[in-house]
Design a protein around this ligand. Structure first.
Ligand SMILES: NC(=O)c1ccc[n+]([C@@H]2O[C@H](COP(=O)([O-])OP(=O)(O)OC[C@H]3O[C@@H](n4cnc5c(N)ncnc54)[C@H](O)[C@@H]3O)[C@@H](O)[C@H]2O)c1
Length: 429
């Protein structure tokens, strides 16, 4: 007989991986039921036990208010739980192939704690099939239990947007799925208890996996189109933003903007699907073309700034450039896969002396991840060019004249994000 699913009132949750996705989820569940947050990083666990969150997604008050929530780095404590939600990273390796090491390791951890009737739900972004082809065999091996008879599995992708105060976990419709109709209903009810926006129950785990990965691919490809247009309009001596503003007056013109595409989602997830496509001998031309275009935007920004410097009859090798912003997006400290580093690298290849300033970002992390020493307080009047790379509010609120204070007389101001008036800057994407 199939093992019965946990009863709603006897659900003891564990969240495995307490990052941008896992922590808000742990807090939401911890407000209403016993929830154990587990992470392999003891420093992360200690900081959360002190009610501090360095990702800034959750406030100390919200952490305190989650009365049912406890944190641990000890996997032994997971055996008290009966529902495990896995929210560990799914990065790519140096060859842009899915690196499933964290997911496999978290599955081993969950597998060792698994008992008859338990449920494991995956939230990490993967390709269709990964949960059942990669994770389930590990769960079976570690637990000695049989899938869909002794234990159940679900998949519910996360859609949060770090730094976004409007679209929060609770206010975004959640896609849910399960390995059997009963498991799907269980997973759906579990999330309905915290998601005020409601849920969408997908017909299978693979459908839910596919839905998540294509959400990000759709954005990536659309941004790539606009980036390609930006490269072309630059050659034609036209301002891309002006063209987009004009085209945007049509009701069905999509409002994508050119820019650097960084972060651990949009620039990474497409490779999960293209990997799966390769496995079945399918060539994903459009998706990979989009990736290529987007990955070329950092060097393009640097070359445009160099051109502007040369037009002033200066030589980039004798110039000091200030890059404002290193995080992969505005108003958040997340550095993962930031493509601002491509701008810096290309400028340095021209011999420019480049400083990077980002008050949101942890300086040690910038050094550790990218070997970049952040400048805490750039000197006023010191730079030949200033690049607004990330539109943090505190940069944008200075306006062009405030930003120009860091520059020498006649310094170049380049606006990667197109947030300043055209007339106040020397160039923009
Ligand atoms: N951050 C986002 O905006 C976002 C949005 C939607 C989906 N996702 C997806 O969610 C997943 C998690 O992303 P994230 O941004 O929260 O990652 P993250 O890097 O912020 O956090 C992951 C946490 O997992 C921990 N961890 C790693 N391996 C572990 C293991 N074996 N056992 C326990 N803990 C482990 C790490 O120490 C870290 O604290 C990824 O698949 C990502 O693509 C992220």
């Amino acid at each position: 007989m199939n093992a019965p699913l946990p009863h709603r009132d006897s659900t003891r949750l564990a969240i495995i991986g307490l990052g941008y996705v896992g922590l808000p989820l742990a807090v939401a569940f911890g407000r209403q039921r016993p929830t154990l947050g587990f992470d392999i990083n003891p420093a992360r666990v200690s900081e959360l036990q002190r009610h501090e969150d360095q990702t800034l997604e959750v406030t100390p008050d919200q952490l305190r208010a989650a009365a049912g929530l406890a944190f641990t780095a000890d996997p032994e404590r997971l055996s008290d739980c009966n529902v495990f939600i896995v929210t560990v990273p799914t990065p790519i390796d140096a060859y842009k192939r899915p690196d499933l090491t964290p997911l496999e390791s978290a599955s081993r951890t969950a597998g060792r704690a698994l008992k008859r009737g338990d449920v494991v739900v995956y939230e990490s972004t993967v390709y269709p099939g990964a949960t059942e082809e990669v994770c389930v065999p590990i769960l079976e091996r570690e637990s000695g239990l049989v899938f869909n008879r002794d234990f159940h599995v679900g998949y519910s992708p996360e859609r949060i947007n770090p730094g976004d105060r409007e679209h929060r976990l609770e206010t975004i419709t959640k896609v849910t799925s399960g390995s059997s109709p009963a498991a799907a209903d269980f997973v759906d009810a579990l999330y309905k208890s915290i998601i005020t926006a409601g849920t969408h129950q997908a017909s299978s785990i693979r459908v839910a996996e596919g839905a998540k990965v294509i959400e990000n691919i759709q954005r990536d490809v659309n941004i790539a189109l606009v980036n390609e247009l930006a490269l072309l309009f630059d050659r034609l001596g036209m301002d891309t933003q002006e063209v987009l503003a004009a085209a945007g007056t049509k009701w069905n013109f999509l409002p994508f903007r050119p820019g650097l595409v960084g972060g651990h989602c949009i620039g990474v997830d497409p490779y999960y699907l293209t990997h799966k496509a390769q496995q079945v001998g399918f060539h994903t031309d459009v998706i990979l073309a989009g990736r290529r275009t987007n990955d070329g935007m950092g060097p393009h920004v640097a070359r445009r700034v160099v051109r502007l410097i040369q037009q002033r009859e200066a030589h980039p090798a004798h110039c000091r450039v200030l890059v404002l912003g290193l995080a992969f997006k505005e108003n958040c400290p997340d550095l993962r896969n930031t493509r601002v580093v491509d701008v810096v690298e290309e400028l340095r290849a021209y011999g420019a002396d480049v400083d990077v300033h980002d008050p949101w970002v942890d300086a040690d992390q910038a050094m550790h991840e990218y070997g970049l020493r952040l400048v805490d307080a750039p000197e006023a009047g010191d730079y030949d060019a200033i690049i607004l790379a990330v539109a943090h509010d505190r940069f944008v609120s200075l306006g062009a004249s405030g930003l120009r204070r860091w520059g020498r007389e006649g310094a170049t101001l380049f606006d990667v994000k197109g947030v300043l008036p055209r007339a106040d800057v020397d160039g923009r994407l």
